[in-house]
Design a protein around this ligand. Structure first.
Ligand code: SF4
Ligand code: SF4
Length: 332
């Protein structure tokens, strides 16, 4: 049994439409063509077989029946990994999702060929490209970004900032912003082993991370509006004790250590799902509420009510971007 965190505040979406979306963060295996030094081996060593297309399409049908037909929600897949674009049936999976009206996004290292991205641009509703400084081919990354932008796919770029290579990474981030017309960009602090503890950043580095690079105004205004309109969750509203609200970014809450909602009623499982590389399904990355079953199994038990948070920290951005309300017994 946890205690109520009296310093925590309710968190809701700035755009109420996002509360109707179930973002399915789906680790499509652990195969990857990169081997980043900060990435745990089991996230990229290919030790887990790819899911069969049959199990994947059965899962999509289950999601559609439960969330769209049952709860009147909208579904977004966020395919991640490993590197999801390495999945041999990538385009078949996207086609199955599209046939059910399910939108598809990827989190990718952006390293596939131009031909791949030209085809992907026709099936993706958005893309998050992650810039991994030691492995990336910078020119190819920019080429991928430009192909997606030219096709009108909203793109967000995450640049992972290892503290030992900070200045070079910040320079790369500035160059990416300069070369794109519409992408949004975050320089992300890294957590050790992708756990809850941040790498040891200096105070000056923390200040730079909080300030984040800004695009110089140029000819991308129309494209930028389109990107912001249809893009996935970003800003949240934090409800303060005097009844006022403030807009907050998940990244900033992590940097400030204000990411704790133990005992709150969290919409994880209703606004989000997490599928691990082994096919097990959870409400969110945090695992709160336990395992719901496995892809392809009839016994998969998808939620209809919120979960009470039992975690000390809400450690990752996608988990923070979920509605969290105070416990019912709490007087405010
Ligand atoms: S690209 Fe992603 S999955 Fe691949 S090694 Fe790097 S961090 Fe790990
Ligand atoms: S996503 Fe998980 S850790 Fe974060 S508030 Fe919800 S239940 Fe807690």
């Amino acid at each position: 049994m946890g205690t109520v965190n009296l310093d925590a505040h309710a968190l809701t979406h700035v755009d109420p439409a996002h509360a109707k979306v179930v973002l399915v963060d789906w680790m499509l295996g652990n195969h990857c063509n990169f081997a980043c030094d900060y990435c745990p081996t089991n996230l990229h060593d290919g030790s887990i077989d790819w899911i069969s297309l049959g199990d994947a399409t059965r899962f999509l049908a289950q999601l559609h029946a439960h969330y769209v037909e049952g709860l009147g929600r909208n579904l977004w897949l966020q395919l991640t990994g490993g590197e999801p674009t390495q999945y041999p049936r990538f385009f078949d999976l996207c086609a199955s999702a599209q046939s059910l009206g399910i939108k598809v996004a990827v989190i990718s290292n952006g390293s596939r060929t131009a031909r791949f991205w030209e085809k992907a641009a026709s099936v993706l509703s958005s893309a998050i490209l992650t810039y991994h400084d030691l492995q990336v081919d910078h020119a190819r990354f920019i080429e991928t970004l430009r192909i997606l932008e030219a096709a009108g796919v909203p793109v967000h770029v995450n640049v992972t900032a290892h503290p030992d290579r900070f200045e070079n990474i910040m320079a790369s981030a500035e160059d990416i912003l300069a070369q794109s017309v519409a992408a949004t960009l975050t320089v992300k602090p890294l957590r050790i082993g992708f756990g809850t503890e941040l790498y040891p950043y200096s105070d000056a580095q923390m200040a730079r991370l909080a300030a984040r690079p800004r695009r110089v105004a140029r000819n991308g205004d129309e494209v930028r509006k389109k990107a912001a309109w249809d893009f996935q969750r970003g800003l949240m509203l934090r409800w303060l004790s005097d009844g006022t609200t403030e807009k907050v970014r998940a990244n900033d809450l992590i940097l400030a250590g204000e990411n704790h909602w133990r005992s709150f009623r969290c919409q994880a499982g209703l606004e989000s799902l997490r599928v691990k590389a082994d096919g097990t399904v959870y409400r969110a990355v945090c695992g709160s509420g336990g395992c719901l079953g496995r892809i392809g199994e009839d016994s998969l038990d998808l939620p209809v009510v919120p979960v009470t948070c039992d975690r000390d920290s809400c450690a990752c951005v996608s988990d923070i971007l979920i509605t969290k309300m105070p416990p019912l017994s709490r007087s405010t």
